[in-house]
Design a protein around this ligand. Structure first.
Ligand code: SAJ
Length: 412
């Protein structure tokens, strides 16, 4: 099977790098996004998100004519869907974006096309997607109707790249490829081999869906273990960082790091998709979510307790991003903590985030954005929320006579 033209639906943190990776292999790529601003930016050869090396790749792809963005789907040989899958109230998965994208490509599908769902999805989502397309195209057959002889092939191939390392991991990571039939898997594998140097491992679509959720739940449960240890150690007056370092000297122990909570759009979301599909069985996975979601409140309480020692303390929050050395503030526990503190201590909270120039809307009016040295000078209480590189080199003398709450073990 030859894939001449590839269409990527959703040009965000996953879709755009993937589109650029195909374009770098001289495939004709049509990127589709509902966001006109993103489409215009990409067509200028620029990018609307932050990811190292992506700007150069996109610029090269657009100027050489391999990548073009549009808001309206066009015919292609393969379609990749990389749209968000958030959750609704009650932590139920919201498949609205997948439904909209699959309905949007249905009219341009033709016999022999391949459709791959890349978005992290609850078990059963790929089959649902195939159902939505079949509904609009009774003239074509899909795997759920015609099995191996279907006109359109459908697969799930979850992305697994780490923000900040997307360009390298896209190429190097192994890919789990779950086709609705064997031929669907094989077609998808052929597509990814265009740029993937890792192994492409074939399975069915439900196992592939569960595999992605499992990877992120594994990490969430392990972070919850570290976070729970940090509460226990606080109660027992033991240094949790030293404790973890020592325990990790055991050849079969590898504990992750506690923090102010779990942020980002994946690890704090995906485990809920498992809980939603098997609520009675997924007890540990649910509890881990609760432990991690409770951690920001615990940090806030500690700051409040420390604040009772002062009349009107200045509180410096170091870091707002959801993890170290990135500029992504979305779903960040650090932002949640700074906002809550800003509301409780109006005019007294200064946030330091070296990777941004302005505060997110939810902090404006509650929190001031400051520079590191100035914030340290003014602060009575210093709360370290992100282990950004510049915070690791703070001179300990600058912290003398201040209350320091180090949620990341930067000073440990
Ligand atoms: N965190 C800790 N302690 C740790 C490790 C992480 O508190 O020891 C926190 C981070 O500070 C952050 C959150 O967890 O707030 C998530 O960060 P992360 O680096 O663990 O993961 P993400 O969300 O950037 O990317 C994850 C990755 N999944 C796994 O490592 C299993 C990535 O490979 C996935 O592709 C991505 O989710 C995704 O898109 O699903």
């Amino acid at each position: 099977m030859e894939f001449e033209t590839i269409s990527v639906m959703g040009l965000g943190y996953i879709g755009l790098p993937t589109a650029a990776a195909f374009a770098a292999r001289r495939k004709k790529v049509i990127g589709v996004d509902v966001n006109q601003h993103a489409v215009d930016t990409i067509n200028r050869g620029a990018i609307h998100i932050v990811e190292p090396e992506l700007d150069m790749l996109v610029q090269a792809a657009v100027t050489q004519g391999y990548l073009r963005a549009t808001t309206i789907p066009e015919p292609a040989d393969a379609f990749l869907i990389a749209v968000p899958t958030p959750f609704m109230d009650g932590h139920r998965p919201d498949l609205t974006f997948i439904e909209a994208a699959s309905r949007a490509i249905a009219p341009v599908l033709k016999k022999g096309d391949l459709v791959v769902l890349e978005s992290t999805s609850p078990v059963g989502a790929t089959a649902k997607m195939a159902g939505w397309m079949a509904e609009l195209r009774p003239d074509l057959t899909f795997p759920q109707q015609a099995g191996e002889s279907s006109d359109v092939r459908v697969a799930h191939c979850p992305e697994r790249v780490l923000p900040g390392h997307v360009i390298r991991e896209l190429v190097e990571n192994d890919r789990v490829i779950g086709g609705m039939t064997r031929r669907c898997s094989e077609a998808a594998s052929e597509l990814y081999k265009v740029f993937v140097r890792g192994e492409c491992i074939l399975t069915d679509e439900r196992t592939a869906e569960m595999c992605k959720l499992t990877e992120n739940s594994f990490r969430d449960v392990n972070i919850a273990f570290a976070n729970e240890l940090s509460l226990i150690c606080d109660r027992l007056d033991i240094n949790v960082w030293e404790l973890i370092r020592l325990a990790n000297r055991h050849p079969r122990v590898s504990i992750l790091q506690p923090g102010p909570g779990v942020g980002g759009h994946c690890i704090a979301v995906d485990p809920w998709f498992i809980v939603d599909s098997a609520p009675d069985e997924a007890r540990l996975i649910r509890t881990a979510r609760t432990v991690n979601d409770d951690k920001p409140h615990w940090v806030i309480e500690r700051v409040e307790r420390a604040a009772t020692r002062f009349k009107a303390p200045v509180i410096a929050c170091l870091g707002l991003a959801f993890k170290a050395n990135i500029d992504d503030l979305r779903e960040s526990p650090a932002v949640e903590i700074a906002r809550e503190l800003g509301e409780r201590f109006p005019g007294q909270v200064v946030a330091v985030e070296p990777n941004v120039n302005c505060l997110p809307e939810q902090l404006q009016g509650h929190v001031e954005l400051g520079r590191l040295q100035d914030a340290l000078t003014r602060a009575d209480i210093v709360v370290i929320l992100v282990d950004h590189a510049p915070f690791k080199s703070i001179d300990p003398i600058r912290l003398q006579a201040k209350v320091v709450i180090d949620t990341r073990g930067v000073l440990a």
